[in-house]
Design a protein around this ligand. Structure first.
Ligand code: NAI
Ligand code: MG
Length: 362
């Protein structure tokens, strides 16, 4: 049966890099048995301009009905003054909430031809392939009580609370264990059980879940501060890292820079199972709408293309097609083509479109 795909290009370079994904999809449509039923809708500033809201109820309904959502990026200076409840970024926050997207997957992978672009030494990052699974709907960003309180003595108190329940911990840990089974079979669970009660519960819950359901997967535990250090000292020791919302926010940004460029990095956010047993999922590059280069045709389309590869792998079980796309990206880089953001001495600087055409041809 046809795969239902909702494409949301968004603002800035979003539509530019999405065009190159469409090029890859067109090629697949022409060559392969699999067909995609594709719908496209406006989100972010583009939707504000037309519908007055960053995402319409109709688009949310389409996302719920789709097998997977491919998202570009939203935002830009044109919509910066709109206020908290009308900003373009609400599009992604709304989708996360409505689809129950609780597990954010951020790979930190170094493609061989870009080893020298890393901030670390080539021998430290060659072959790096980490998957960080960040809990993304709970924890300290959402826990109650929260707020700023005035105290009788005229000073103030700011409060946030980290709350995790065992079901919240189990569902994100399950995603990590399942991923590890398809990779090197190792999960490192990261928290601060030494100083935080929620961290202690996290550690106990992940340990018990492994014993019950995933005895074949190797589980280690690490304190978050040590993990930050280990990611820089010897990142290749990790396979899958599973961690809380706050620590995952920091550690995934840190890990992404081991690999060099924002323009290369995909991500996925997975949700609960829908009524028909499908897992809701949204895929997007980690970069934003890059207003500074939008409209110039110079953005790197690889993060968006690799997000589509992740979609094929996790939502459509098209592992071989995903691997083909990833290999095509590696080969195109090896042939010496570079967009401006990943330019290296002696390489050929090309446009978004030329890069997309090269990946499709490869
Ligand atoms: P950004 O990721 O858009 O850009 C940061 C820097 O990286 C810029 O210099 C940009 O030119 C460069 N860059 C990003 N992607 C690139 C690509 N594919 N190829 C080449 N260069 C690339 O982050 P920034 O500047 O903080 O935010 C810009 C806008 O994007 C803001 O409105 C922000 O709110 C929004 N944003 C949206 C996100 C989303 O839709 N999920 C995520 C992050 C930011
Ligand atoms: Mg962050």
């Amino acid at each position: 049966s046809n795969k239902k795909l909702l494409i949301l290009p968004g603002d800035g370079i979003g539509p530019e890099v999405m065009r190159e994904v469409r090029r890859v999809i067109d090629w697949m449509d022409r060559r392969r048995a699999v067909r995609f039923d594709i719908e496209e809708a406006l989100v972010g500033g583009a939707a504000i301009d037309v519908h007055g809201v960053p995402i319409s109820a109709e688009t949310v309904a389409k996302a719920k009905a789709a097998d997977a959502v491919l998202f570009g990026a939203v935002g830009g200076p044109k919509w910066d003054g709109l206020g908290f409840d009308r900003r373009p970024e609400l599009a992604i926050l709304t989708l996360r909430r409505e689809l129950g997207l609780f597990a954010n997957l951020r790979p930190a992978t170094v493609l061989d031809p870009l080893v020298d672009a890393s901030t670390l030494k080539p021998e430290v990052v060659r072959g790096l392939d980490i998957m960080i699974v960040r809990e993304s709907t709970g924890g300290i960003y959402f826990g109650e009580p929260r707020g700023i309180e005035s105290l009788p003595d005229g000073t103030k108190k700011g409060v946030n609370t980290e709350v995790y329940t065992t079901p919240e911990i189990e569902r994100v840990a399950r995603v990590a264990f399942e991923l590890a089974r398809r990779r090197q079979g190792r999960v490192c669970s990261v928290e601060k059980a030494n100083v935080m009660e929620s961290g202690l519960l996290w550690r106990q819950t992940v340990t018990a879940l492994r014993e019950r359901e995933f005895p074949d997967v190797e589980l280690t535990h690490m304190y978050a501060d040590n993990c930050a250090m280990q990611l820089v000292r010897n990142p290749r020791q990790f396979d899958v890292i599973v961690t809380t919302n706050l620590f995952g926010d920091l550690l995934s940004d840190l890990a992404s820079m081991l690999t060099g460029s924002l323009g290369m990095l995909p991500s996925a956010t997975l949700g609960g199972l829908g009524p028909d047993g499908r897992r809701h999922a949204l895929y997007e590059p980690i970069h934003g709408s890059a207003p500074d280069i939008a409209g110039k045709g110079v953005a790197n389309p690889m993060a968006q293309i690799l997000s589509f590869a992740m979609l094929l792998r996790f939502s459509f079980d098209m592992t071989e097609d995903a691997a083909l796309i990833e290999r095509a990206c590696t080969n195109v880089l090896a042939s010496g083509l570079r967009t401006a953001d990943i330019m290296q001495p002696g390489m050929a600087r090309v446009s978004t479109q030329v890069m997309g055409e090269a990946v499709t041809r490869e």
